[in-house]
Design a protein around this ligand. Sequence first.
Ligand SMILES: *Cc1c(COP(=O)(O)O)cnc(C)c1O
Length: 417
Amino acid sequence: MSSPVWHPFTQHGLEEPIPLIERAQGAILHTADGRQIIDAISSWWVTTHGHCNPRIMAAIAEQTTRLDQLIFAGWTHDPAERLAHDLCAMTPPELTRVFFSDSGSTSVEVALKMALGFWAAHDPARQAIIVMEHSYHGDTIGAMSVGERGVFNQPYEPLLFDVTTVPFPASGAQQQTLDTLEAACASGAAAFIVEPLVLGAGGMLMYSADLLAQMRAICARHGVLFIADEVMTGWGRTGTLLACEQAEISPDILCLSKGLTGGSLPLAVTMASEPVFKAHYSTDRARMFFHSSSYTANPIACAAANANLAIWREEPVRERIATLIGWQTALLERLSALPGVVRTRQAGTIIAFDIEDRGESGYLSDIAPRLRQHCLDKDVLLRPLGNTVYLMPPYCIEEAQLAHIGNVLADGIAAIG
Ligand SMILES: *Cc1c(COP(=O)(O)O)cnc(C)c1O
């Protein structure tokens, strides 16, 4: 019997086999037919400490005996209160308010609405959103509008709003990025939204903490709100809890999701500075922040996030990450020696490189599906972005598992070359 499931980012017309996973533990996915697959990309960048982390699973089980769901407009519960309090303690002190939603995309929509709400109160003429070339902020209409335009969103182009784009700060072109940002800010924009240090879906493109600090300073100088989308970079991926820490900056608005629950349940937060909150604070109901979704701050998801935060506070997570970074550096060096491997790069636990393309480039390059299939045949879950290959494993991965991924990749690159 054929499945009625319509999968995301999947061309069903190609009839590629879709593996069925029954359970997972640590870095390993167990298929229905008994195979053990190494999850080299943290199940699309969400799993941080490993699949079915015992502390997170226990916290979820415990919460299910108390409170499953609660209207969050005008009501509250302990898991959300604790989580908001602890998030404020772990992030820059300027971020004093926590707004809950369900996914990275919705956290971005909320951030954009907060920024526009701020300017509606202060200077309604400021409406322009500045974005960075090659960015990805999600697949809802607003999030697509501030992301890279391409084959992914071409049919929806009529729905997307106009933005001002600054070029990606490629090596040697950083000044052009800063100058363009300066000019866009000077013309009175509302906000600049950016992925700190690593542009994920845009191809694991990386830039320096120094540049991030300079971009933040330009926005501050012009009063343009700085929105950090750390949906992917947060929770240790770049080596620090937040990528912003490496630039010693605080955004005005911060988006977190993916690793917020350790990757176990959908949850997101948009954190805001006091001025952003205050712009919506009034005795006038017409000025409240008009956003909600049914499952805002779901108690079970909040309990999972609280367990994640406890792991960060109480376990040697930073040491695990430091060890993984070392293994990743060594693996990247080994892979960089292979013919066809170019533009190797690393940001903390993430390594990436491009495979020299022979004409047909971009996301639809056939390198990605061929390499993905090769890896799957050898029990590795990998999903290249066009001709960009990257590894973003959960922090519990073992050295031998990473070495196996390296061997499989080396064979695969030779086979498709
Ligand atoms: C994945 C991602 C999103 C979207 O998150 P979803 O949970 O898939 O909606 C937004 N921003 C960045 C930087 C991401 O990597």
